[in-house]
Design a protein around this ligand. Structure first.
Ligand SMILES: *[C@@H]1O[C@H](CO)[C@@H](O)[C@H](O)[C@H]1NC(C)=O
Length: 287
């Protein structure tokens, strides 16, 4: 064998190895989602019904929906990082996409903590580039011990955040008060985990302890019931129960429920942070 032929064979072998490696690296997570960050840290044992995202010293990971949606109901059962999760941030959120889109975003953010210390759940709303609407709460269960359901309902009238089917926060359409609402752009649903130890745990004082890596969060039973928005701008809804009049406003009972949760579990609310908002934003008056 001539040396030239030999090196050609070597190259070919190297090429085959590389392509095989790449094919293996992309996890099978079905067609509803694609990996937006770090193939190697995304796993699914069942073609996308259960998806685990990991964070290691080198990278976090993320998935996003293939479709973008204009209004809908989006939920998943989530089990958060067990043990010492300080400094890690897991998220489940909708975000506007499109080259000229303003920034709209509806967030569930799960703030990790040291072993034995409680996770915090933060929600936030960006409408037309304006965010800064954080609310932070403790949960009435240990979100690392099992799966719990987190959901966002979004129609023209209001946005409701649910934990295990209980509304924990509502953001009504307050256009008439001059408050921007989330209604001009389709959004995609994302799930992520990453290092945010500059702010997550006790305001950034507690850093990630990498001896506990990889940190893993598992999502299952994604429920994507939005109107999938096509490139042409047309939308297709298989159902739109979330747009029925009973979801246009909350009942008095539901409002009372949210008030109860806020009194009992909410530890931070931008509406009552007078240092940050000496005059509470207009939407705070009636929520
Ligand atoms: C973490 O635990 C400490 C101590 O219990 C608590 O003060 C804090 O609010 C918890 N959550 C975060 C995100 O720091």
């Amino acid at each position: 064998m001539t040396t030239r032929k030999c090196s050609r064979n070597l190259l070919l072998t190297a090429f085959l190895l590389l392509t095989t490696y790449n094919a293996e690296a992309a996890p099978d997570i079905g067609t509803d989602f694609y990996v937006t960050w770090a193939d190697r840290l995304v796993e699914s044992p069942d073609g996308g019904k259960t998806i685990t995202l990991s964070l290691d010293y080198n990278s976090g990971s993320a998935i996003g929906t293939t479709n973008k949606y204009m209004f809908g109901y989006f939920s998943a059962d989530i089990k958060l990082v067990g043990g010492n999760s300080a400094g890690t941030l897991a998220t489940f959120y909708l975000k506007s996409i499109g080259e000229y889109a303003v920034h709209d975003e509806l967030d569930f953010e799960f703030l990790g903590n040291s072993s034995g210390q409680p996770y915090a759940l933060q929600t936030n709303v960006f409408a037309n580039d304006l965010g800064g609407r954080e609310q932070r709460m403790n949960l009435w269960f240990d979100p690392t011990a099992g799966f719990h359901n987190y959901a966002i309902l979004w129609n023209r009238h209001m946005i409701i955040f649910y934990v295990d089917s209980t509304p924990i926060r509502v953001f009504p359409n307050n256009n008439r008060l001059g408050v921007n609402y989330v209604q001009s752009n389709p959004m995609k649903l994302y799930s992520t985990i990453y290092n945010a130890d500059d702010w997550v745990t006790q305001g950034g004082k507690v850093k990630i302890d990498w001896r506990w890596a990889p940190f893993r969060v598992t999502f299952k039973n994604y429920n994507l019931q939005g109107c999938a928005s096509q490139m042409s701008g047309a939308t297709q809804c298989s159902t739109s129960w979330w747009d029925e009049p009973r979801y246009w406003s909350l009942t008095t009972g539901q409002y009372d429920g949210i008030k109860y949760i806020q009194q009992r579990y909410v530890t931070y609310n931008y509406c009552t942070d007078l240092r940050r908002n000496p005059t509470p934003p207009p939407e705070c008056a009636n929520t």
